[in-house]
Design a protein around this ligand. Sequence first.
Ligand code: FES
Length: 99
Amino acid sequence: MQEKAVALVVCVKKRYADHQPSCGGRGSQRLYEQLKMLAQPAGIAVVPFPCLGACEYGPNIRISPGGPFFNRVTETQLPDLIAEAISFRDGLNDTVANP
Ligand code: FES
């Protein structure tokens, strides 16, 4: 049986006007790069995304497909996000193995 894959989707949209908030304007590109490096050993993909629709609350990251959404993410939260993604993936695979 094929295992389900999950990804951490990171909004990297950057707007340059001061009155237009964006995840990229709050450092999400750096979070994306760090997360990519940290998540690789766990087999969790990290995917850049142009906008997750919650720009005022960024940096925003979500677990895909259909997982939780995280706002105002900071560097210190990244290990917890990876743990959440692993747990989410395990839950999906349990559901597939034990319907
Ligand atoms: S800019 Fe990140 S959610 Fe829109």
